[in-house]
Each structure stands twice: as structure tokens, then as C-alpha cells.
Design a protein around this ligand. Sequence first.
Ligand code: FAD
Length: 503
Amino acid sequence: MSQSPSDIQNIVIVGGGTAGWMAAAALAHTFEGAGKSVTLVESEAIGIIGVGEATIPEILKFNARLGIDEADFLRETKATFKLGIEFDGWRRDGERYFHPFGAFGVDMEGIAFHHFWLKACAEGQVEPLETYSMAWQAARRGRFAHPQGGPQSPLSSLGYAYHFDAALYAGFLRRFAEGLGVVRREGRIVAVQQAENGDVSGVTLEDGGVVSGDFFIDCTGFIGLLIEKTLNAGYDDWSAWLPCDSAVAVPCERVEPLSPYTRSTAREAGWQWRIPLQHRVGNGYVYASSHLSHQEAEDALMSRLEGPALAPPRRLRFVTGRRRQCWKRNCVAVGLSSGFLEPLESTSIHLIQSAITKLIALFPARTTDEALRREFNALMEEEFTTVRDFLILHYKVTQRDGPFWDQVRTMPIPDRLAEKIALFEETGRVIRRDHDIFGESSWLAVAVGQGLAPRGRHPVSDVIGRDANLGRLAAIKDSIWRTADALPSHTDMLAATMDRRAS
Ligand code: FAD
């Protein structure tokens, strides 16, 4: 069956932060040779938010899809490897746990490993869950290796992501996208034009120039210049569940060794991040302004830096939530214009990637394709909601006290998260939804790390006797720990990866 030619020839991306240049690179790559033009408009005077530095493993797929070489990427964005997140003081002061990328232990009898760990705990064993995490055992030793080997190798259970300099990443993708023909227009947008039917038809720049298009991607950040200011797509405010609404960020010199993980430390009214890059450490304090003044937050952050600050601190404000319709008329919001759930699990760049991937899969032939728009919006809603619930879990299940923590510990939570927690406590089962970007081991790490202790476990775990179970667990630990001891340091592996592919 033949189809008349698409009525979408000119795609305009508005905004050149991480979202804008990721969208430009991916669309130009996808539509190369398809006769569509991609134009990106950005304003240097407005600038980018530039604080997205930590990612989750899905980013590897984005880079791979574009054919980006890992060594080039590491060099140009001053990136480091990330094996997970260390949560310090989240359950209570002085206690830590790790959310690793990758599985715990080895599944046995077709059943998830943690049921056998729960059995051992019930029978007197005291080893914490992360004893059996390859990622954590490598991370705490400051070591790194790429995932490798067959299922019997502990290294096959590793997952990893990156920390990178967001401004350098945007520049890297800009060169990539321009190499594929994307045209960049510099200038502040002062007006948005709409056609008679309400579609966006163009944007007017400060110098009077107009950039017209058939299809628009709004990557203008929190302001949502097209999707909200022009099209009024609406916003679901989730700050009742995620009450942090502010952050202060500052880079500093690195004093500690180059650790292959992010650190998140619970503080009086929120939490502090530490993200190690090759050339500096990114730091930030995310907090609820109803519990801490901006000056108090800034003073607290500056007093806790490990080395001299490399720039003045930057204050940021946000409202956690999501755009009600990420795709409205002929405009799709990608990045902060589509919502923001705070950076606790480094999910924003993933949500950008996910929106771009879905948009490419559902890209319409004409702007009137309502079914595609509906599908995209439903998928994005589900994804934002599962991330939201995962973040709430960190705040809700805690033994910390103080006004902020009392508020989040006692707040009502969404029903589906409450049901998930109840089921885990009762049975040890982690129920995941289809579009949940976090796997069973992620939910497990945070649930157990924050202090949930299931009363039940899978009955198959009782097929094996106490001593045999403890023997298996000891063998798994031994294999993981010996492997971790033999890995190269993170610093050496980073250098080797950059050198190897460069030559
Ligand atoms: P921006 O970077 O704000 O870019 C907006 C673009 O729109 C700019 O180019 C700007 O010039 C342009 N623009 C706006 N208005 C106009 C106009 N009128 N005319 C012309 N151009 C215009 N994400 C993660 O994945 N990991 C993290 O660790 C992480 N940490 C974060 C920490 C904090 C405190 C915050 C607030 C966010 C964090 N994020 C993180 C989110 C991440 O920063 C963003 O998802 C990412 O940078 C994408 O931003 P953006 O491109 O949507 O918007």
C-alpha cells in the first residue's frame, strides 16, 4: 500500500542543552538521507542548565546507536565510569548502602538470588546484601572492568554508566549533529507563531529572523517555551511526594581517589551529591526550601567540599512533576520542558533518551496522527510515574528524623507504591511494571538499604538446607571478592580505555 509523502520535512529543535543536542544528534542520524532538515535554535545568552553529570546504564545504548566510540566520548566529555550510587546516611546516620548497576549474586533453582540471602538472614547469617554485588565489590575497592564473560563469570553481572561534564557532552553532540547536517541558529526567541489550526509554525528571534518548521521539539528547559507558554500542555505537580524544590551546585578540586560511583549523602533537609569527573568533582545540595534557606544550604555545601571550589556556587529552583501532555499538536517536549523528578537516581538524561527513542519509533508522517501522539503520551506518563515511585521509596522508608525527614517518612504515598512495598515486606517479591527502567536488583537494593525487611521469601529457597545454602553463598562471595581483588584500578582502566581505542 503506498502512502503519500510525509508533510513533515522541516524539524525545528528549540534549545541546545543536553536535551536539544541529544535530540539533534539522534534525529539527524535517523533521518540521514531521508530528505528532512533539522534546525536547532539556542541562545548563548540564556545558556544551559549544565548540571546533569550522572547517568544510568541505558546511556550506553544511546551512544552505541549513534556509533559513538567510547574512547572518544570519555576523552571529550572528561567522563568517568559509574558502577552505582552509594547512599550515605539515608536509612540513618552512619549507615551506608549501595545501589549497584547489575545483579546480586547468582540466581539459583530459577529463583532470584535474594530469596536465598533472605533464608540465610532468617537462619542467622549477617552478611549484608551488597557482599554479593560484583559492582559494589569493585566500586568500594576503586576498581573497574567492563562487563565480560559468560553467565558463570561474576563480571557478566556488572552494569555501568558514566559521569560526564554536561556542557562538554552537549558540545560533543553538537559537533556530531552538525557533521550530519544539523543547522544551528543562534539567538533568543522573542515570539512563537501559530498556524490557524493552533500548530506551532515558527519562532522569531531577537534579531527579527524567523525559523519556520513543520514539527517542533521543545528543549527549552524548565520554561517550556513552546509546550507550556504557547500550547498550555499542563503540569502535574508532584512536590507533595518529592518536596525538594531547590539545589545549589558547585564544582571543586578532587582530593579523594577517583571513585567509580556517585555518592549521595542524606542531609538535614535533603541530600548532597558527589560526582567524580576526570578534571573535577561535581557537588550539589538538593533541598526543600520550606525547611532550609538558600543561604543555609549554600553555606552547608561550601563547608563540606573535599577541595577548593572551582567556580562560584549556582542556585537552582524547580518543581518536581511532569508535563501532562509531552506531545501536543506538532510539538514534543524533551528534557526539562517535559518534567523533572530531581536528580537522586540520575534519571533525567535517561528520560531525554527515552523520549527521543519513543519519538523516533512513533515519528508521524503527518502532524494529524493522533494515535501516535496518544501512545507517546501514555508511554511517557508511565515512565515518569515509575521513576517517581522509585524516588519516593528513598524518602518514605527511612529512620532518619528531623522536620524534613519526619515529613517525608509520614507522608501518604501513591497507592501503587504502597502496594509494592507491602508485597515486598510480606513476600520478598519485587513487582515491576513493563516500562520500569529500574530492574529488580535496583528496587531490591534501595528497599533493603532503606530498611525494609521482608517477612516472607520464595518457598523454593527452602528446597536447600541451611548449611548447603550458607555454603553456596560463601562460594559466591568468594568468587566475587577474588574477582574484585584482581581488577585494575578505575584510574588505570579509564586511561587504558582511552588509549586503546585512540591508537
Ligand atoms: P537546559 O540545559 O536548560 O537547556 C535549555 C536550552 O533552551 C538552552 O540552550 C537555552 O539557551 C534554550 N532556550 C531557553 N529559552 C530560550 C529562548 N527564549 N530562546 C532561545 N533559546 C532558549 N540529569 C541527570 O541525568 N543526571 C544528573 O546527575 C542530573 N543532575 C541534576 C541536578 C540538578 C540540580 C538539576 C536541576 C538537574 C539535574 N539533571 C540531571 C537534569 C539535567 O540537568 C537535565 O535533564 C539536562 O541538562 C537537560 O536539560 P535541558 O536540555 O532540558 O535544558
